[in-house]
Design a protein around this ligand. Sequence first.
Ligand code: SAM
Length: 274
Amino acid sequence: MSGFSAEWLALREPFDAAARATAPEASLGLWAGKRGGPLRIVDLGAGTGSNLRHLGPRLPLAQDWTLIEHDPALIAAGEARLPRSGEIRARYRRADLRSELESVLTEPVDLVTCSALLDLVSAEWLGRLVQLVQDRDLALLAVLTYDGRVSLEPGLPLDADVIGLVNRHQRTDKGFGPALGPEAGIELARVLHGAGDQPLLALSDWSAGPGDRSFQRALVEGWAEAAAAIAPERAAAIGSWCRDRLRAIEAGASRCRVGHVDLLRLPHGQRGPA
Ligand SMILES: C[S@@+](CC[C@H](N)C(=O)[O-])C[C@H]1O[C@@H](n2cnc3c(N)ncnc32)[C@H](O)[C@@H]1O
C-alpha cells in the first residue's frame, strides 16, 4: 500500500484546486455539455474524493461517479463526504488498480479521470491505461501529475541535490512496478500522440507562499525523508538542509513552486471547440 494519509490529502486539496489548469477543464466542460444524460465518470486512485469535489460542480451536466480506491481508511473518510442528493451521484468501489484496472473499466464509462496518481505508476501500467482509453475511445482527464520541477526561496546550496534525490525516489516502486515519477505526464502525452491523439497538456504547478506554513512544512519533511531513503550516507547533510528550510518557513520567509501537469484527451470525432 502506498500510504497516503487523509490528513495529507486534506492539506494539499486547496493547493491542488488552485493549481489545476483551466484550459483542459473548460474543453472538457464544452465537450460534456453537448452530451445528454449523466456523464459516467471513473476516478482512479480517488483518495477521499478531492477530484470529485473540484470537478463535479464545474461540469455542466448530471454525473455518475465511481471512485476507485484501495485504502479502506481513505474510502471511509471519503464516503462520509459523498454528495447525497442533486445532479451528482457517487459511490466508492474498493479495488487494487495494479491488478484490477481492466475490470474497473468494464462498466459503462464516458470519462476516466485521476488526480495525483500517474507519477506513481509504471510505464507498463500507463500503457494498459492508454490502451483501454483508446480502444474504447474514452475521455481522459489526468491532473496534477508531478513533473520534477521544484523552485525554493530563499535558495540553499543543497536544494538542487535534495530535489535530485527526491526525483530519484519518485522513480522507485509505488506498488505498480518502477514508477515513472517526473516522466509520467510527458510519457502519457507521448504514448497518446504515438497512437494518433492530440492531447491537451497544461501546467498545474503548486504555489505556496510565506503564510502556507503547514503545507510547506509537510513538503520539506517529506522531501527530506525521501532524499535520505535514497542516500542514507547523506542523512546528516539532508537533516541539516531540512532544519534550515523549516526555519525559513517558520520565519515566514519561504516560498515554493512545485511542477505538475494536467492532460486532457477527448474522444475522436466528438471534440468540443478548443
Ligand atoms: C497522491 S494520492 C491522490 C488521491 C486523490 N486522487 C487526490 O487527488 O487527493 C494517490 C491515491 O492513489 C491511491 N492508490 C495508490 N495505489 C493504488 C492502487 N494500487 N489501487 C488503488 N488505489 C491506489 C492511494 O491510496 C491514494 O489515494
